[in-house]
Design a protein around this ligand. Sequence first.
Ligand code: NA7
Length: 527
Amino acid sequence: MSDHDVLVIGAGFSGLYQLHSLRGLGFDAHVIEAGDDVGGTWYWNRYPGARCDIESIEYSYSFDADLEQEWNWSERYAAQPELLSYARHVADRFDLRKDITFGTRVQKLEWDEVTTRWRVFTNDGASRTARHVVAATGCLSVPSRPDFAGLDDFRGEIHWTSSWPHEGVDLSGKRVAVVGTGSSGLQTITAIAPVVGELTVFQRTPCFAVPAHNGPIVKRLAAAKKRYPEIRQHNRTSPDGFQCHGGAVPLLEAEPGAIQPEFDKRWDEGGLCFDRSFPDILTDIRANEVAADYVRSRIRAKVQDQELAEKLSPRSYPIASKRMCVDTGYYEVYNQSNVSLIDINEQPIHRFTEHGILAGETAHEFDVIVLATGFDAMTGALNAMEIRNGDKTLKDKWAHGPRTYLGLMSAGFPNLFTVCGPQSPSVLSNMLTSIEYHVEWITAALQHLRDQGLTRMEAVPENEDNWVDTTNDLADLTLMPRAASWYMGANIPGKQRVFMPFVGGVGLYRQIADGVAVARYHGFELA
Ligand code: NA7
């Protein structure tokens, strides 16, 4: 049976860098990856139009200056094939594949207190041991697959955006349905609208989408390459982990004439920085409503049919309390005569049928149904494994919501680290900024243990309790918990509703976690 210093689960952006950084310090590290190649999210999500909502220059590694200089992003927002190429390039450039086992899924982790090691069981019937395990399992890696009645009755093709066929799907001239209007649904709808015969969108909740203004970035990239250190430094200390300069004056205190120009400016710039126009947008419902109204006015301007524009306009949750989408012509799709929208609150999906979907009183017929229904976010991949210490499992411990110290470890489960785990900034930030920080923090902790001749590290329950309370209290100071979002676990039936990410921002989080490390890992028990 193989034994490693560190076993890393997942070869996405987290796992690749974790392997590289540990190997660089002489650790025997090995990665187990369920897919047949590297890339994680960008390996699986190959649906038409799949694209990152963070700018490519920033959604990239900062740990190697030569890598930064040699890699050329072609577009402001990279599409999935380019992101996958980048992950492959990194794997090859740093010769990472030799320490990755592909096509293998970790099913169970069992802690052995006697040997202070994890035993790791995989779906090929094998097992390995490792002193430490790093779960680099991703925040959006376990698809949510709602149990639609009659799903198996449909005789046409059904495709989930989260596991799109590698060979692609020919949709030209076909009658296509898309269920779901989050980022995956929006991007799919926008990409396929020009080629399909008829497109019917089933919407449960409309999203707020801000424009990407995507395009080639030759000049922008050349300029960025000259100032990468400065860009990265800003990102590491900023709230969001990307180049976004938040407005300083609260909307409710701003000169009335200054509000619309500020929104216009950010709308024209494009991207997720829109919600940082004024600092109270995420904390005061009155300010939030002004921002929401601005976006609704933009939707009305883009969609010719005003009744349809209203259906596409969110009214049931504060703007940015669900992740906004970054669009490349989404609303304009609805001006096509072959595109229609079904609000499933008015016409509920009763069942899938042999020929399509029965919604309300109408039987709709389709050749292809695309399901873009999201993920069991943040805790899904961790709870999908049986993580056991004696008679305790992590899943049981987290039955009423995740409990971690700093989103890095959970008390009772020693030597198990999570990259971008719940109660860290993760999905609220540029994931690459947060991934690099966690990987470097974990690597430094393991180096410290090794230098001190120590073999065991575990979160102290009281410190974990304090951290959970802190993250909940911080979230409650914002409007974020008011939406039935995947941040809250609200998209999964039966999942405990609790706001999972740390809302305090990347910079503040970094100060705290750096301080913990400097204080000899205060709040962790080292043995
Ligand atoms: P999201 O954002 O969770 O979107 C999923 C969509 O599917 C959303 O519109 C859901 O409506 C809808 N949905 C989910 N379940 C159902 C059922 N049972 N019936 C009808 N509609 C349903 O996932 P994405 O993959 O689009 O994006 C995830 C993240 O990836 C995104 O935020 C970016 O960070 C990148 P709901 O809103 O729950 O009412």
